[in-house]
Ligand binder design. Sequence first.
Ligand SMILES: NC(=O)c1ccc[n+]([C@@H]2O[C@H](COP(=O)([O-])OP(=O)(O)OC[C@H]3O[C@@H](n4cnc5c(N)ncnc54)[C@H](OP(=O)(O)O)[C@@H]3O)[C@@H](O)[C@H]2O)c1
Length: 153
Amino acid sequence: MDSQLTGTVAIVTGASSGIGEATAKKLAEHGASVAVIARRQDRLNTLVTAIQGAGGSAIAVVADIADRSQAGMAVQTVVEHFGRIDILVNNAGLMLLGTVMDQDVEEWERMIAVNQKGLLYMTHAALPHLLAAAKDGLREVADIVNISSIAGR
Ligand SMILES: NC(=O)c1ccc[n+]([C@@H]2O[C@H](COP(=O)([O-])OP(=O)(O)OC[C@H]3O[C@@H](n4cnc5c(N)ncnc54)[C@H](OP(=O)(O)O)[C@@H]3O)[C@@H](O)[C@H]2O)c1
């Protein structure tokens, strides 16, 4: 397993299912060490086992990214384990659809807490490490990928 991402470290939030899980596997296939973040530890552990079984490198970090301190601690755990962060994929999110009249306002608050605040907490905590990684010459770039939705726009 050797490619353009060899030596890099990626964080994928919301990696316990769906797009995040698939993204984590693909990044690992391309040589990145991957930290997978979500709340469901059993699913993260299964993913880490699958990535390692395919020859990749991964760790599971359980965190609710809507909680600022948990988001910060998750980033810290990744840096302590892998020593750097080159790529942050802000994927964790909810889509609780409904009409404005019928929508439960608490559902809006949950979506804002994860989709917006969680993304900002993760980005704020990871940014100094991403900038340091961009400077150190490995690829001379770091990446933040935000998974969005036309529903959000
Ligand atoms: N699928 C689509 O058609 C589609 C279309 C447009 C946009 N999107 C966006 O793409 C992203 C992924 O969608 P998906 O379809 O793959 O959804 P999914 O399978 O439901 O995955 C969502 C992920 O977010 C995690 N998550 C939710 N709340 C969290 C929290 N508070 N802290 C940490 N992790 C949290 C979930 O893990 P835990 O429950 O284990 O925490 C899960 O891993 C979302 O942002 C979604 O809005 C998807």
